[in-house]
Every structure is written in structure tokens, then in C-alpha cells.
Write a protein that binds this ligand. Structure first.
Ligand SMILES: Nc1ncnc2c1ncn2[C@@H]1O[C@H](COP(=O)(O)OP(=O)(O)OP(=O)(O)O)[C@@H](O)[C@H]1O
Length: 370
């Protein structure tokens, strides 16, 4: 006979998103910090809130946790309205950059802390849960160590184990890798993603680091000036940014500004250039055309540029070697800066100050509204 495990949630809760924000706003002393945010975070996904300093991401996260009450709008968790519910009554946990581990307790005691405080489980069960949590973060056998004898990465793992031991439905992480050096950070990004997949808990992280968000997330919300500008997969955000801000904040973009007319873009000094099909903006609209540096080709003036219907004259200003790529900084003849990028070392044979031509195919550019 097979036993059927019953989901304790009601049918409505089971299909509801982990988090639903509807028209959420927060104003401090008359100044808006978060403006009209409506979005769903799906159960089991790794979701990042990404944006520059002061854009409102921490305030948005604090409204999900309950440490901040929205000035308007509603916050639902698993289908239940939690707008006025205090943090300790929400089925979630938090992980802060500082980790906040207890230095006088050993690893096991730190991890078990929450369960012991709640006194909800027998001792043997807690010990088993600690062993499982330490195995999850690959710290088997470290239970008796004091916190002072751990590396930064190991402390981070202890904090993760502690945050997950009570199996919350939702884990909120505020700049979780901010205290680590760059190499360890890159390792922990992959590690955190792996742990999240294993436990299946919904993770919501706040970060200003675009690479971190792209590496770890199933979906990203990009914020600026208190607003969410785009919610999408990392790939879609990079390939199909919704606004000029997103195109510039995630990776690097070149921009040409002009007005659409007759299916082309009129740019002062450059003429009417081809744009990608199906961009959806009517003639007469002032727009930006965004082109990623890796999609820009470069040749000596007068030399052919294959598969590049759009071209512009420029002067080469600087060549920067990046290790895995070379970046060419250019001044366009009609005004403005431009950047082209090629894989590997510089094989162009070009010299600083030389007259060049840049070009791209319209399918590699994107029309963005103001
Ligand atoms: N308790 C508060 N009282 C007054 N103003 C606040 C308060 N909390 C945040 N703010 C303001 O709201 C805006 C958004 O702040 P928030 O901390 O949410 O941004 P952030 O994107 O998380 O920035 P950072 O990455 O620097 O932490 C800022 O202008 C900030 O000064």
C-alpha cells in the first residue's frame, strides 16, 4: 500500500505564488522609497531584487518580511494577505550580510539555535536536523568547531544552514555574499544556487551586483527610483531589456538617440539607420537604439565590414585588454562615445587615433522608449 502525503495547504494556497505584491508603495516623511510595485514570486524560485544604491530594494524586501508596513498596496504570502502581520508570524526566515552568528557557541549550537528556542522538537530530532543541515552546506564534521576557527566562506555556510533548518517556505537574503572576497563570492553564488535547488525553498535576494543576480536567479526584478522596471529571466533581461536604464545597468550598451520614421531611425549627423523589425513603437516616437559592444564590428576606414547594414565613422581612442576580451573605446564622427568588444587579445592591428568604421546588424540592436 502506498501512503499519500497530503499538502496541508488549502487548494487556493497550493497554487498561489510564494509572494504576491499588489500596488505596493512606501513613503518616508513624504518621500517615496517604493512606488506602485506589482509582482509575483513563484514558489520554489530563486528571485533577485536588483538595483543601484537607494533604489528601494531593501525597503521592498522589508515589506515582504513585515519589518516595514506598506503605505499602500497589499503583500500576500502563499495566498494569504499578510500586509499587517508582524515578521515572527510569517512563515519565512532571513539571512543578513553580517551572518549574526553567536561567537561563543559552536557550529552545531548556532545551527540548532532557532529550533532550541522554539522547543518544538525532541533533542534527538534536533541533532538529526543539524546533521542534515550541515551536510546540505557541505560542513559535515564541523559541528564542534567554534565560529572563530572558521573561514569567511564557512561562516556563510553556517548562516545558511541555520536559516534553513526550520524549513521556512521563504528565505530572504540581504546582500548575502557582500562580505566575501571576489573569488569566494563567485564560488558561493554557485553553491547558494545549488543549495536552493536541493531544498526547493523560495529564495528572494537583494543585491546591487548584476553578475551575482544573473548567475543565481531564475528571475530578476530590476529597480530604479523606487519602481520595478522589468521582471524577467536573466537571459531576457540581458537580451531584451525593457528600458534604457536596464540596458545600461545589466552589462554595457551603446546608445543612439533619434526619432522613428518610415521604419528607420533618424539620428542627427548619421542619417536614417535600419532598426530591428517588430519593435512596436510608432513613427514619430523619440527612442534610444541600444547595441551591445560584443555585437559591434570594427574595421579600418575604407575596409569592408561583413553583415553590417548599419555603419558609422569613428576614431579609435583606447584599447583595453580585459583578459577574455578586448574593448575598443571610440569617438563617433557625428558625436558621442561608442564601445566595441572582441573576444581574446587584440588582433585588429589598429592604432590609437586611427580612423575606423563601426557596424552592426539591426537584429543585434534594440529600440527602447525614453
Ligand atoms: N526608515 C527610513 N526612513 C527614511 N527614509 C528611508 C528609510 N529607509 C529607507 N529610506 C530611504 O528610502 C530610499 C530607498 O532606500 P533603500 O534602503 O530601500 O534602498 P536600497 O536600494 O536598498 O539601497 P542600498 O543598496 O544602499 O541599501 C532611500 O532614499 C533611503 O534613504
Amino acid at each position: 500500500m502506498t501512503a499519500t502525503l497530503k499538502d496541508p495547504r488549502s487548494p487556493a494556497q497550493a497554487t498561489a505564488p510564494a509572494v504576491r505584491l499588489t500596488g505596493v508603495g512606501k513613503t518616508f516623511g513624504g518621500t517615496p522609497a517604493v512606488i506602485d510595485v506589482t509582482l509575483d514570486i513563484r514558489t520554489g524560485e530563486f528571485f533577485s531584487i536588483l538595483g543601484p544604491s537607494g533604489c528601494g530594494k531593501t525597503t521592498l524586501m522589508r515589506m515582504i518580511t513585515g519589518f516595514e508596513t506598506p503605505s499602500e498596496g497589499t503583500v500576500e504570502l502563499d495566498g494569504a494577505d499578510c500586509t499587517g502581520v508582524p515578521p515572527h508570524k510569517r512563515d519565512l526566515n532571513m539571512l543578513f550580510q553580517s551572518y549574526a552568528l553567536f561567537p561563543h557557541l559552536d557550529v552545531s549550537e548556532n545551527v540548532a539555535f532557532e529550533l532550541k528556542v522554539r522547543k518544538s522538537r525532541p533533542k534527538a530530532e534536533i541533532a538529526q536536523a543539524v546533521r542534515e543541515a550541515l551536510a546540505l552546506v557541505r560542513l559535515d564534521g564541523y559541528g564542534d568547531r567554534t565560529i572563530g576557527r572558521l573561514s569567511g566562506g564557512q561562516r556563510q555556510r553556517v548562516a545558511i544552514a541555520r536559516a534553513l533548518i526550520g524549513r521556512p517556505s521563504l528565505l530572504l537574503l540581504d546582500e548575502p555574499l557582500g562580505a566575501l572576497d571576489q573569488k569566494l563570492r563567485a564560488e558561493m553564488q554557485l553553491e547558494l544556487k545549488k543549495i536552493q535547488r536541493e531544498v526547493g525553498v523560495t529564495f528572494v535576494t537583494v543585491t546591487h551586483d548584476q553578475e551575482e543576480a544573473l548567475t543565481m536567479s531564475d528571475r530578476i526584478a530590476v529597480m530604479d527610483g523606487g519602481r520595478v522596471l522589468q521582471v524577467d529571466t536573466p537571459e531576457a533581461i540581458y537580451e531584451r531589456p525593457a528600458t534604457r536604464f536596464v540596458a545600461n545597468f545589466i552589462g554595457t550598451s551603446n546608445f543612439l538617440t533619434g526619432t522613428l520614421g518610415g521604419g528607420r531611425l533618424g539620428v542627427d549627423g548619421l542619417g536614417n539607420i535600419a532598426v530591428p523589425d517588430g519593435h512596436g513603437h510608432p513613427d514619430g516616437t523619440p527612442v534610444h537604439l541600444a547595441v551591445r559592444p560584443e555585437n559591434v564590428r570594427l574595421a579600418r576606414a575604407g575596409e569592408p565590414l561583413q553583415d553590417c547594414p548599419v555603419r558609422a565613422d569613428a576614431t579609435l581612442q583606447q584599447i583595453v585588454y580585459l583578459g577574455n576580451a578586448t574593448r575598443y573605446h571610440l569617438a563617433l564622427a557625428h558625436g558621442g562615445d561608442f564601445v566595441a568588444e572582441a573576444r581574446g587579445t587584440d588582433v585588429s592591428g589598429l592604432r590609437i587615433g586611427e580612423q575606423v568604421v563601426v557596424g552592426w546588424h539591426p537584429r543585434h540592436s534594440r529600440v527602447l522608449a525614453e
